[in-house]
Design a protein around this ligand. Structure first.
Ligand code: ZN
Length: 73
């Protein structure tokens, strides 16, 4: 059975670089919870690299605040 993966593109917290993470379904739900707030959403694992990132909501420049930052943990 092939595992479903989702592409997620938060900004790296320190540099602002746009990441391209591959998340499993559980982490995809973590990354999208509390959307529109600046709250910490949780820690997700990039399926490509195995690196773990803390995801937090961030401003996208619009009132929706739909962007997010990722900080490696
Ligand atoms: Zn937005």
């Amino acid at each position: 059975m092939k595992m479903q993966t989702y592409t997620y593109t938060p900004r790296l917290k320190n540099t602002g670089e746009r990441l391209q993470l591959m998340l499993n379904e559980v982490d995809w739900m973590v990354a999208n919870q509390c959307r529109g707030t600046f709250r910490v959403r949780g820690i997700v694992t990039d399926q490509k690299t195995g690196k773990r990132y803390r995801i937090q909501g961030a401003s996208c420049g619009l009132p929706c605040h739909c962007d997010a930052t990722a900080e490696e943990v």
